[in-house]
Design a protein around this ligand. Structure first.
Ligand SMILES: Nc1ncnc2c1ncn2[C@@H]1O[C@H](COP(=O)(O)OP(=O)(O)OP(=O)(O)O)[C@@H](O)[C@H]1O
Length: 269
């Protein structure tokens, strides 16, 4: 469980990135922080592993205030996935994945064999392990980034725009795989994205932010779609978009679903 308790961050230049944010991420959930640029998503994410220190309030992971924990140990115990994987270019893929366990004292051989298993878990062949990051596609690098973040066996995985650098089709694949992976490994995942469709596709719970890390609305994708709280939320989720609005037409005894522009979307069974 991750508890944000009236947590805030004012940067030294006076920018209030997050005013006062209170929210609890339950174990085994995928939570997406969504909002427009500058709404404080990355700041909030980084306060969990202390890459950013809050200027007020606190963040608790598994009941412990992260401010009381050793920073380096904390960072190693929480997986962090960056856009485009954030891999070390001069190390092979397998070494990229094995780095944290080796730093944690796992023997090199064991770490490498665990890394090979992790690569398979994220859908890469062990042979890919011998390549360097630049020899992989963006989507493959992203998978390596996930494998690397999982290598320290963290309970919490933080992901910052993890699929931002890949094309829409690969992006959708990676989103689906993240859901599958999370079902298998049961980690708690907090994901930052500016893409509401990605949040709806991947997350169990969505936190929609305004500037200053203010929660405009939080809930399951279904709850938010069914009851957008105000016009800001409606605009952000595209509630009025044709592809969000369906109706049913009867044609020849069958019920056809059409979108807001009247384009056929499917058959109602
Ligand atoms: N080191 C810093 N010093 C000063 N201001 C900062 C710093 N880092 C971020 N900010 C400011 O804090 C606010 C929130 O930034 P943050 O990166 O958390 O937003 P975000 O929602 O992740 O944005 P984006 O989607 O563009 O990445 C922005 O106004 C940003 O300019």
């Amino acid at each position: 469980m991750i508890q944000f308790r009236e947590v805030g961050k004012t940067y030294p230049d006076g920018t209030v990135a997050v005013d006062s944010f209170t929210y609890t991420v339950d174990d085994g959930r995928i939570v997406a922080l969504v909002g427009s640029s500058g709404s404080g998503k990355t700041t909030l994410l980084r306060m969990v592993n202390r890459m950013v220190e809050p200027t007020r309030g606190s963040v608790l992971v598994a009941g412990r205030d992260v401010a009381s924990l050793d920073r380096v140990a904390l960072r190693r115990s929480i997986g962090y996935v960056l856009q485009a994987g954030g891999l070390l270019p001069h190390r092979t893929v397998i070494d990229n994945v094995a780095t944290v366990p080796i730093l944690q004292g796992v023997k090199r051989r064991e770490a490498r064999s665990a890394a090979a298993e992790l690569l398979e878990r994220v859908g890469l062949s062990a042979a890919m392990g011998r390549r360097y990051p630049a020899q992989l596609s963006g989507g493959q690098q992203q998978r390596v980034g996930v494998a690397r973040a999982l290598a320290g066996d963290p309970t919490v995985l933080l992901m910052d725009e993890p699929f931002g650098a890949v094309d829409p089709i690969v992006r959708r694949d990676l989103q689906d795989e993240l859901r599958r992976l999370q079902r298998e490994i049961g980690k708690t995942i907090v994901l930052v994205t500016h893409d509401i469709d990605e949040a709806f596709n991947v997350a169990h719970d969505v936190v929609l932010l305004r500037q200053g890390g203010v929660i405009a609305q939080s809930g399951t994708p279904e709850e938010i779609l069914a009851n957008p709280k105000d016009q800001y939320v409606r605009d952000f989720i595209g509630a009025d978009r044709a592809d969000r609005n369906f109706s049913v037409r009867e044609i020849g005894g069958r019920r056809i679903v059409v979108d807001g522009d009247g384009r056929p979307a499917g058959l109602l069974r």
